[in-house]
Structures are given as structure tokens and as C-alpha cells.
Design a protein around this ligand. Sequence first.
Ligand code: ATP
Ligand code: MG
Length: 588
Amino acid sequence: MTTDAVPANFLRHLIDTDLAQGAYSTRRWAGSPGGAAHHAQAPQDHAAIRTRFPPEPNGHLHIGHAKSICLNFGLAQAYGGVCHLRLDDTNPERENQAFVQGILDTVQWLGFDWQDGQQSCLYRASDYFEFMYRAACYLIEQGLAYVDEQSAEDMRVNRGDFSRPGVNSPYRERSVADNLNRFAAMRAGQLPDGAAVLRARIDMASPNINLRDPALYRIKHAAHHQTGSTWCIYPMYTFAHPIEDALECITHSICTLEFEDQRPFYDWLLGHLVQGGLIQAPPPRQHEFARLNLSHVVTSKRKLAQLVHEGHVQGWDDPRLPTLAGLRRRGYSAAAIRLFAERIGVSKADSWIGYDVLEGALRDTLEAEAARAMAVLNPVPLRLTNWQQVYGDQAVEPCLAPVHPQQPERGQRAFGLSANLWIDRDDFALDPPKGFFRLYEGNMVRLKYGLVVRCTGAVLNAQGEVTEVQAEIVPDTKSGTPGASAVKVKGVITWLSQHDAVPATLRLYERLFDTEQPGSGGRDMLQDIHAQSLQTVAGYVERGAALADAETRFQFERYGYFVADRHDHRADAAVFNRAVSLKDTWKK
Ligand code: ATP
Ligand code: MG
């Protein structure tokens, strides 16, 4: 393996060991998910490993999910395996098709697919409901599950806590036949929501509370976006997830640390289903890694939904949100997000990652990618008063600049200099502070890629505001000509000529939250919202930038990296979002 391969992490060591020992080499794969019988006659699985990314389609994916996506799809790629995209749609209520589409688009945009050769490995947990029901019946038949009709409150109290063992339910000793009948009645819709649950029968005194007869099924009379009204009982996540993994022949089921305490149940359940011949051996194994915690943002779907629904931001893809749709609209490329995922690595210890690490990955990818262009964000006219003496009737002097200063092969961009320009208001001072090298009366500066001018003053309106800056061309100082270095100046400013500058809307973003951990310490996250996180300015950009396709990224010299907005940018109405400033402004 070469040295520039993906960095080592504990999961790779673990997979290396499993592969060396042939831990999964006897697995068969029938080309689609199923139980032991389904795979029994199939050939050995050609995929060295199978991983999966299992989002619940109840919201949009965020930067935390990107860590899991890059990890699961990345490991499958690295080992000649396959990563399944599984919609974990076992909850009828909060899920919908729009979220499903958003998830598919986002994973593809990040550069991954769920193909196994010609075959798509896009699966839905809801397709396994029938199998899950049979698995539950099997557990009942083995005396390993029972229908409990205690009230929710009794069940909670009787579960005990860390210092107190649980108390057995009065329904725990029901006969198998009785349990099968009650469970069938649950399925048939004869019981209202909450009247009963199916529970595993393990150990109410277990030190691991997750093994104190966990719930497997609950009653929920709700239509499901895939299965309609076929079901009124739905499997709990802890029961469903191991079965989903097993049916799909997953080898390494990678999840975040908070599921560590669920692993004994995962193994308990799959162990029994293997024993009963329902699923193929060896069963998948669960491995946990630390979730991504990113500073200055919130990533829980619930909190993101609140920000969207209460109008604190303008939709799920608002460029201030850490949703992947938002980051994309902000100007993040898939490559920047993959680089970020690589840099933060994978470990078993929880930690916080600074937002500057995410922005650093973006800057480092855009530095090479983004074409340069000029823009003026805060425009004021600059008039070159001696244009006619120098150029006579020539209205425009052509200028050239590299598309990218370090990549000459990308060619030159052409634009024109004329007597009437736009410059940034901040590049002129009536009363220059010490160390100000740009335009003030008597000072000379270079118009970048143009020539040297000497400032002669400014026109003010009745309110004392500058309405026009004036300067004279210093002849024979054009950039790229022998005279260019004859006159030494300390300041260089960017500009656009009024004849070919294109008006543009420029959106400048600040962080959405002021605090590193919004809403921590029991505060309401809304208290931490930054008052002015979006500033919209009317400016000008180079024609080439205005004509670019949506999602093209530029470095507007001196202002930062910008992207043509995915939704709003048009050639005749340019809209750019600032993705990131040129320098890190997060670390003080
Ligand atoms: P949320 O807490 O935002 O609602 P979730 O974990 O409920 O997220 P799922 O759709 O269940 O969202 O997540 C799909 C996968 O993404 C899971 O395997 C989960 O472990 C992973 N994931 C979610 N958030 C993070 C995170 N912050 N860091 C790493 N992985 C994550
Ligand atoms: Mg979840």
C-alpha cells in the first residue's frame, strides 16, 4: 500500500484482522437481502466487506452524517467491498419522500454510490417488516419474548435504574400460545396505541439497562410512506437495526458511541436468530466510533428543524446551516468535505472539532480550484481625469490577468480599463490613517493589472459623503510593460471598469451562533444566535464571473472565495455567496 493511502484508523486495523482471519469468508450473497434460506444456495459473497450508511429519512443530512458517509463508503472502496445505502424507515410518522430524495442526492453529490457492479444496493428497512415479524414470532416461540400490557409508567418504574434492579412484569410468564395470540392481535389492529408492547425476555436485573427486557415492537396506528396501512405495529430501532444488517449480509456495522451499550443486545438477538436458522452465520458485528461535534453550529435534526421552521434561517439549504445542502449552497465542494472528513480522522474518543478546521479544508481545496476574478463589494466611482490626454479617442485599454496565478495553463482573462471605474469605498480616505497606502490626495497606487494612478481628490455631496474619487493616470506604467516597475508604489487596489462591470448581489455570511456550543449549559440555543449573520450587498463583478454557471467558485481578489448561488444566480442577475474569507478569522 502506498504512503498516500487513506490514513490508518482503528477500524482499518480491525478490518485487516478480520480479513486476515477469514472471519467473513464463508458468507453467501444472493444478490439481494434476505434470511438464511434466501442466501443458502448463493455463491460466496464477492464483496470483501459490506458496510452501510443507514439514515432515517426524517430530515436532511448534515456535516456529522458526512463523517459517517465518508467512513462507510470510504472503507468499502478501500477494501473491495460494497456500501449499502439503507433508508432506516421504521418510524412511520416523521419520514417522507422529500427527505429520501434529499438523502440520495446528497450522498451522490459527495461522490459516492451504492452500486455493486450493475446492481443498486439501495434498500429500505420497511421492506423487511414481514421478516422482522417472523423473527419476533420465533423469539416468542423460544420463550425469548412476551407481550407486556403494563402501562408505560409502570414499565418505566419497573425497569429500575443504575442502582436498582428491575422488577419482572406480571405478564412475563405468559404462555407461548398466549403471547402468539396477543402479538397477532396487536398486528391485526385489535389494540389501541400504547396498549401493549412486545418485549425481549432477557434479564430484569442486568447491570446493562438495555438488557432489561427491551421493547421490540410497539403499536402505532399510523400510515407509513412506503407500506401504507399494512402495519399498525412497528419494530423498535434496537430490534430492527441488527436484523437489517443481517439480512443485507453486512460485515461491519459502524455506528456512533452512544450505541455501545446496545451492542450486547445486538449480539444477543442475532445469536438467537442464527441459532434458529433464520439468518446466515456469521452475523454482522457492531463497532462504534466517536460522532462529530463541530463548534459554533448545531447538528441535531430536531434543532435544525426548529431553526428552519421558526424562520431563523431561510430553509434547509440556508448557507449558514451545517446541513450538506446548506454547505453546498455556501460554496463547499464535495472534495472539501471529504478532505475535512479525512483530516478529522476516526477515533473512539469524543471530542469537539473547531469550525476553523472545516473552513481550512475549504480554503485548501479552493486555493487550487477557484479561478480568480475581480469584484467590488462597496462601490464608489473612480474617474481618471486625464484619460483623454493619455488615450485620446480610445475608450478602452485592454488588460489581461491570469485565471490562476500558479496555473498558467488555465490562460488569461481579458477585461478593459476606461476613464470610469468602480473601486471599493474603503480604498479611499479623505483623512488617511497612518500606514494607509491606498488612495488619498497626492498618493500613487497601482490599479491591479492596469497602471499607476495619482489621486487628486474626491467629490462630496451635501452630507459630506464621497460620491466620486478622482485620479490621474501616470503614463507608461501599464502592468506587463517595461515601464511598469519604473514608478514604485506601496498600494495596489482592485477595480472594475464601469463599461463592463456587471451588477451583482453578494451575500456575506457570519457565523449563525456566537458561542462554541450553542445552547449548552441549559441555555436556549436561540439566545446564542448571532444578530447579523447575513449581509446582502449590491456590488459589481467581472463579466466572466457573472456569465459563469451556477455553483462555479471564484476567488474574488482580496474579498474571499465566492460561489454563484445554486438557485438564484443568473447571467443577467448575478448572485454570489461568500463561501469563506481568504484568511482564518475564527482563531483570534
Ligand atoms: P440526529 O441526531 O441529527 O437526528 P441521527 O443519528 O438520528 O442524527 P440518522 O439518520 O439516524 O440520524 O443517522 C444516520 C447515520 O449517521 C447513523 O449511522 C449515525 O450514526 C450517523 N451520524 C449522525 N450524526 C452523526 C455525527 N454527528 N457524527 C458521525 N456520525 C453521525
Ligand atoms: Mg437516529
